[in-house]
Design a protein around this ligand. Sequence first.
Ligand code: DQA
Length: 148
Amino acid sequence: MAQRILVLHGPNLNLLGTREPHLYGYTTLPELNARLSGLSSSLGASLDAFQSNHEGELVDRIQAALLDGTDFIVINAGAYTHTSVAMRDALAGINIPFVEVHLSNVYKREAFRHHSYLSDLAQGVVAGLGPQGYEAAVRFAVQYVQPA
Ligand code: DQA
């Protein structure tokens, strides 16, 4: 059975490509998801991507991962990274391994972006590598779930 990876994108990431490109680049969300799907197929895994601007919808999707056979989650929770106890509790509650990704280097930015409610639960954190950070996380996920 192909390993299943879930990629979660939080608020405002639907605006990628036009949103503050000096921070987030010019790759759109559909382009990013297509790249990640192609990468995961080439590695023999399947990938589902979900974006929402709503905290509760993201919590619902995290909980649904328990029932749909998700093996690993790659998550960019956007601003909810810095605010959401609910998303933290959802990820802790399902106990599926995950990597936290940020396109920008949050540590080079405002102090309020330096704290994450997710990092201490994550297998790893990638920040500042743009779309390549997601690609590294997907490669890590496949390797983690199915060691060579
Ligand atoms: C982000 C960083 C967050 O601080 C910000 O709120 C985002 C995007 C990133 O990918 O760099 O929405 O998660």
